[in-house]
Design a protein around this ligand. Structure first.
Ligand SMILES: Cc1cc2nc3c(=O)[nH]c(=O)nc-3n(C[C@H](O)[C@H](O)[C@H](O)COP(=O)(O)OP(=O)(O)OC[C@H]3O[C@@H](n4cnc5c(N)ncnc54)[C@H](O)[C@@H]3O)c2cc1C
Length: 293
């Protein structure tokens, strides 16, 4: 499979990158790890005239953390760096878990966290925990900057709000609340590089008594065109003491909210069932972990 002809640019600074995407307009594509883009180019689904490789731009890379404020993750940060970051493991465990599940060692060494959200596959690994952790995206262009919650950035299958001339430069994660914990898990059909049939992340905050749920976010992936934030699970559990009966009710509610399709990976019925299984499991795991913080 031959690639179409394109011109390749490798900016070294953010300013150069913004100038290029602005000037080359809709004929240009940003190239990060290339683990999604190169497949699409080979299949000739798109035929950009220009590729702008952002891997040399330091401003788009790395993980910075300030106690009490939170973390900033550059969009061009490799998944392998997220997977091996002590800050992500200690503060944002659901994201740490998801990064470790994405593809293979080789894919994680190439793929970036920004590319995972920009590609906007409904089955993507990292948007689910990022939305759960209330991540905001930073979008920049030669004209300026805007920020928005990640759930408003992803519009649907392979659709985002990114406009011509804009680059996703990073994610801002708030400092985790005291007595909180997050957890992630997915279900696939085989124990290899499978695409998720369902994935889910939970972030749970406890009151001082260590039993009552103060705040909760449960997000489902691969059961809707974009990450699906449960409205019913927090409505059932927040303000209540954690208990298996209520958790069972919440898990059933999450399954009811899911809007899965049937495809080669799983039937809609199976996905719904697995939403309930993952919800029960992750709520319990996050509760147990939050009690230990
Ligand atoms: C074998 C294999 C296994 C995989 N397994 C998984 C898996 O288990 N889970 C999973 O979620 N994904 C998986 N993927 C998909 C892919 O690796 C991820 O989606 C990855 O995070 C994409 O990042 P990238 O840096 O390679 O993006 P690229 O391929 O470089 O770009 C993807 C898209 O996003 C745009 N883009 C990238 N960065 C930016 C930016 N900063 N600003 C604006 N636009 C940008 C590009 O123009 C392109 O349209 C797999 C891929 C392969 C090949």
């Amino acid at each position: 499979m031959y690639l179409n002809h394109f011109e390749y640019y490798a900016p070294r600074t953010a300013g150069e990158a913004f100038e290029l995407v602005g000037r080359l307009g809709d004929q240009a594509k940003v190239l990060a790890g290339g683990t999604d883009l190169m497949l699409i180019l080979k299949e000739k689904l798109i035929k950009p005239q220009y590729l702008i490789d952002i891997n040399g731009v330091k401003e788009f890379q790395g993980i910075a953390y300030a106690a009490g404020k939170g973390a900033v993750i550059g969009a061009a940060t490799k998944i392998s760096e997220v997977e091996h970051s002590a800050i992500i493991r200690d503060k944002y465990f659901a994201l740490y878990q998801a990064a470790g599940e994405l593809g293979s060692v080789q894919v994680r060494a190439m793929a970036t966290i920004g590319g995972n959200s920009c590609h906007a596959s409904p089955a993507a690994e990292t948007p689910t925990p990022l939305v759960t952790l209330r991540a905001r995206v930073v979008i920049k262009s030669a004209a300026g900057e805007r920020q928005l919650p990640l759930e408003d950035f992803i519009l649907g299958n392979r659709k985002t709000v990114l406009g011509v001339g804009e680059i996703l430069t990073g994610f801002i994660l708030p400092e985790p609340a005291p007595r909180s914990a997050s957890r992630y898990a997915y279900i696939g059909l085989r124990n290899a590089m499978e695409i998720d049939a369902v994935n889910m992340a939970v972030n749970l905050v406890l009151e001082d008594d260590g039993r009552t749920i103060k705040d909760l976010r449960l997000v489902m992936g691969s059961v809707a065109p974009r990450p699906l934030i449960s409205a019913e699970v927090p409505a059932i559990l927040v303000g209540q003491e954690f208990g298996s009966e209520l958790v069972g009710k919440a898990a059933a509610a999450a399954a009811g909210e899911a809007r899965p399709i049937s495809d080669i990976r799983a039937s809609a019925e199976y996905r719904r069932e697995m939403v309930a299984v993952l919800a029960r499991r992750l709520l319990q795991e996050a509760f147990d972990a939050a009690r230990e913080v």
